[in-house]
Write a protein that binds this ligand. Structure first.
Ligand SMILES: [Zn+2]
Length: 121
């Protein structure tokens, strides 16, 4: 079954909320800040946190944050397109974006052909 636009919009709004909360967690205090929230890392002592690990963590957080910000920007752009009435249309050529593509990637703003062309640049 193909998702309706309302369903996609809802997913985008949820995605945006999730990304915002992940980003705010990332910006609190850096390494170790998530420990008491998840408890996932309990048992891994701080003795592992030597300089190399610290730098690795910072690099990883930076890459993660960049990735989240990128997704957030795409989700917000897609939500703007809903408001503008252009959702489901390609930013580049104005043609329709394949509904199956939107279902997999609700924030997609280019049709598959324009996307492929962009990646070849
Ligand atoms: Zn296109």
């Amino acid at each position: 079954m193909i998702a309706t636009k309302e369903m996609l919009r809802k997913r985008l709004e949820e995605e945006r909320a999730r990304l915002l909360s992940e980003l705010s967690q990332l910006s609190i205090g850096g390494s170790g800040a998530t420990e008491d929230m998840t408890g996932e890392h309990a048992g891994y002592g701080n003795h592992l946190a030597d300089d190399a690990t610290e730098i690795f963590e910072q690099e990883r957080n930076l890459a993660l944050r960049r990735n989240l910000q990128n997704l957030l920007a795409m989700s917000e752009h897609a939500l703007h397109k809903f408001d503008a009435g252009t959702y489901g249309r390609c930013d580049e050529c104005g043609g329709p974006i394949d509904p199956a593509r939107l279902e997999a990637l609700p924030w997609a703003s280019l049709c598959i052909r324009c996307k492929a062309r962009q990646e070849r640049r």
